[in-house]
Design a protein around this ligand. Structure first.
Ligand SMILES: NC(=O)C1=CN([C@@H]2O[C@H](COP(=O)(O)OP(=O)(O)OC[C@H]3O[C@@H](n4cnc5c(N)ncnc54)[C@H](O)[C@@H]3O)[C@@H](O)[C@H]2O)C=CC1
Ligand SMILES: O=C(O)C(=O)COP(=O)(O)O
Length: 409
């Protein structure tokens, strides 16, 4: 597919799921006015209709961008996930179509870590069930089974940006921090990496999950793993709903194996605030259930809005892919005075030499060239004299292995 440079007024941004107004403000400051905003995720058919004319789409965790949806999105250049997780996007399908996907890898980590600390304190004090009882008129003043977090062991599964931040805060409050991760990680403070999930589960008073949704994390915590946890321990999940077998967790709570749980993400989540929340966990007073709000703070959403909108605007303006999750990363200078060709191709032998032949055979002078590849895709950016960009775009689009070309004026 070859795309001509468009005037900014013609470039359409479709922003879904109530992304923060800071995103709109950032896009406007970059000169983009054609912005369609929706406060909710759209049902699939409406999504396909809206995305058909969009060059950029902004989503959060709810909107599923499947291959089928991408098929309807023939003009789409890039996706902005205004969140951390990108599991809701079929990244393979996006890459095959040369659609860059961006996210906000840091902006809501602190919000998640703070929520987890709060939940650990509330659950160790039995506040969830005492609060529920008080709402029913029962007065449960007692110190039985009520503990400080100081000195307790926190087991973090997935020691990435959130897990590490959580560990630092927990340690400053006197907790001992253990973590399990598939990668060897530098432990911050006095945290200690343990070699297996089972070792972590068998000794932690509080287990908190911070892994992404992948095949390896699917039902990572099921009956067998719950059985390893010490009696009276606590499970917190603010990662993805697929990581915990929710029926097994319900059984562990019913059998009073765990003294409580805090769950923010669910295998099936309501599509909007108007839909009923259905879960086997609703019956348990000692379980804090939150509607996927780990990253939903004013601070996080405002920062995410600016961060992801800036990435989309930069990619639109000059082709920069810094921090794209599915494309080779290229940080580009401005290209005043020249036209810029962007070429995304399958990373197979012969494509670069065919591209260079286009310029040598047509006597087109290249003023700058930038290339990055990952195992699947190559991304080359070529600045040339304005007079030659039409012919170069046409010839580049015909090179074998081309996924997408675009020219920027
Ligand atoms: N509840 C909410 O609102 C939010 C939920 N999240 C979720 O939290 C997840 C984690 O976020 P970050 O810490 O920023 O991600 P990250 O990518 O920085 O860290 C994830 C860590 O998990 C590890 N990991 C991956 N597979 C593993 C496995 N099978 N076993 C053990 N460790 C494994 C990785 O090596 C990495 O260290 C996100 O992917 C997202 O799904 C993120 C933000 C808000
Ligand atoms: O950042 C993430 O991965 C989250 O889960 C937050 O999702 P949200 O933007 O609140 O739909």
């Amino acid at each position: 597919m070859a795309q001509q440079s468009l005037e900014k007024s013609k470039i359409k941004f479709l922003l879904l799921e109530g992304v923060h107004p800071s995103a709109v403000e950032t896009l406007r400051q970059s000169g983009y006015e054609n912005i369609e905003l929706h406060q909710k995720a759209l049902p699939t058919e409406e999504l396909k209709a809206a995305i058909a004319s969009a060059h950029f789409v902004g989503i959060r965790s709810r909107t599923q961008l499947t291959a089928d949806v991408f098929e309807a999105a023939q003009k789409l250049v890039a996706v902005g996930c205004f969140c951390i997780g990108t599991n809701q996007v079929d990244l393979g399908a996006a890459t095959e179509r040369g659609i860059a996907v961006f996210n906000a890898p840091f902006s809501n980590t602190r919000s998640v870590a703070e929520l987890v600390i709060a939940e650990a304190i509330l659950l160790l004090r039995g506040v969830a069930q005492k609060n529920a009882a008080a709402h029913r008129g029962q007065w449960q003043k007692s110190a039985a089974n009520s503990f400080e977090i100081r000195g307790k062991k926190l087991g973090i599964v997935g020691y990435g940006n959130i897990g590490m931040q959580l560990g630092v805060i927990a340690e400053s409050m006197g907790m001992q921090v253990l973590f399990y991760d598939v990668v060897n990680k530098l432990p911050l403070g006095n945290a200690r990496q343990v070699p297996s999930l089972n070792q972590l589960l068998s000794q932690a008073d509080v287990v908190s999950l911070h892994v992404p949704e992948t095949a390896s994390t699917q039902n990572m915590i099921a009956a067998e793993q719950l059985a390893l946890m010490p009696a009276g321990s606590i499970l917190i999940n603010a990662s993805r709903g697929t990581v915990v077998d929710i029926d097994a967790l319900a059984t562990a709570l019913r059998e009073e194996k765990l003294s409580g749980a805090a769950i923010d993400v669910f295998p099936v989540e309501p599509r909007s605030n108007d839909e009923e929340f259905v879960s086997p966990l609703r019956e348990f007073d000692n379980t804090i259930l939150t509607p996927h709000i780990g990253g939903s703070t004013v601070e996080a959403q405002e920062n995410i809005g600016m961060e992801v909108a800036e990435k989309l605007a930069r990619y639109s303006d000059n082709g920069t892919t810094t921090s794209a999750v599915n494309m080779p990363e290229v940080a580009l200078p401005e290209h005043a005075g020249s036209h810029r060709l962007l070429h995304i191709h399958h990373n197979v032998p012969g494509v670069m030499s065919a591209i260079n032949t286009v310029f040598s055979e047509n006597a087109i002078n290249v003023s700058a060239q930038y290339l990055q590849t990952n195992e699947k895709v190559g991304y080359v950016v070529i600045d040339i004299d304005a007079d030659y960009s039409d012919i170069a775009l046409e010839k580049l689009a015909a090179v074998d292995g081309t996924i997408r070309t675009r020219v920027l004026f």
